[in-house]
Design a protein around this ligand. Structure first.
Ligand code: CP
Ligand code: NVA
Length: 306
């Protein structure tokens, strides 16, 4: 385990230090290779206000493999879905569960739960951040390139949750992070400033609307859906706006020769990424999806101290 993390909440990737992330990635590799097999008798709750395949299943399987139990709290069948204050729900769940992962819209709701519950609370995606995803992404990049420091990652698409956690996580790990978005879809400036403070301007953080400048010689090319959960009504209007940011072979030709392609999934083929690229030789998306489980197992083991 990473001892420093026992009992903590992970509401954003920058709740972790560079050293803690390094240790978590090392632990994830030990768990992945079966070198260590910690066991526990604890219960993880999953309180999800949005759909999920990878996060729900990878958290569940990780917990089962650790010998623990999982309660999937379907919001539509719990009282919080009928208007019970989330602060009350938090205080009650705190009395039953050992650890709780939440997927919701507002970061403030996650913060409220963390304030009212003593148990470790994990951000399983909000509109602001997706820290668990980024831990798996960093693991995937480290596996491929042997280290993170100095690696250049370009994200193309919407400047929201996944991009935010990539900027912060990349800055913490000494990576160069370039974000290319259409105008008006840039990442939150507060997140960008926080990332610049974290890396003390030692690595590149580029926010641009030019996909070609961003991708040039980049070693990691990353994209996400153009309309996130909760924005379904905006999806059609966004297609022409985001089209220049599509990860296709033509654009990939400007990346480094040994570049890898990542996508948090679910993907909309031939929108943000072409079928050719996601199925192509540079794609690491399936390894990346698998790594969700190993990275989150390392996180659970550390937060619970097992
Ligand atoms: N990448 C990710 O979080 O996938 P799910 O929405 O399926 O959990
Ligand atoms: N940005 C996407 C990520 C899904 C894992 C969303 O919020 O829907």
């Amino acid at each position: 385990m990473v001892k420093e993390l026992i009992g903590r909440d992970i509401l954003g990737i920058a709740d972790l230090t560079t050293s803690e992330i390094q240790q978590l990635l090392e632990l994830a590799i030990q768990l992945k290779t079966g070198k260590i097999k910690p066991q526990c008798n604890k219960v993880l709750g999953l309180l999800f206000y949005k759909a999920s395949t990878r996060t729900r299943v990878s958290f569940s399987v990780a917990m089962y493999q650790l010998g623990g139990q999982v309660i999937d709290l379907n919001v539509s069948q719990t009282q919080v879905g009928r208007g019970e204050p989330i602060s009350d729900t938090a205080r009650v769940l705190d009395r039953y569960l050992d650890i709780l992962a939440i997927r919701t819209f507002k970061q403030e709701d996650l913060e409220t739960v963390a304030k009212y519950a003593e148990i470790p609370i994990i951000n399983a995606l909000t509109d602001l951040e997706h820290p668990c995803q980024i831990l798996a992404d960093l693991l995937t990049i480290q596996e491929k390139f042997g280290s993170l420091s100095g690696i250049t990652l370009t994200y193309l698409g919407d400047g929201n949750n996944v991009a935010h956690s990539l900027i912060l996580g990349g800055a913490l790990m000494g990576m160069n992070v370039r974000i290319a978005t259409p105008k008006d879809y840039e990442p939150n400036p507060e997140i960008v400033n926080k990332a610049k403070q974290l890396n003390q301007n030692s690595t590149e953080i580029l926010i641009t609307d030019d996909p070609l400048t961003a991708i040039k010689d980049s070693q990691v090319v990353y994209t996400d859906v153009w309309a996130s959960m909760g924005q379904e009504d905006k999806a059609q209007n966004r297609i022409p706006i985001f089209q220049p940011y599509q990860v296709n072979q033509q654009l990939m030709n400007h990346a480094a020769k040994d570049a890898i392609v990542l996508h948090c999934l679910p993907a909309h083929r031939d929108e943000e990424i072409t079928d050719e690229v996601i199925e192509g030789k540079q794609s690491q998306v399936w390894n990346q999806a698998e790594n969700r489980m190993h990275a989150q197992k390392a996180l659970i083991v550390s937060l619970l101290g097992i």
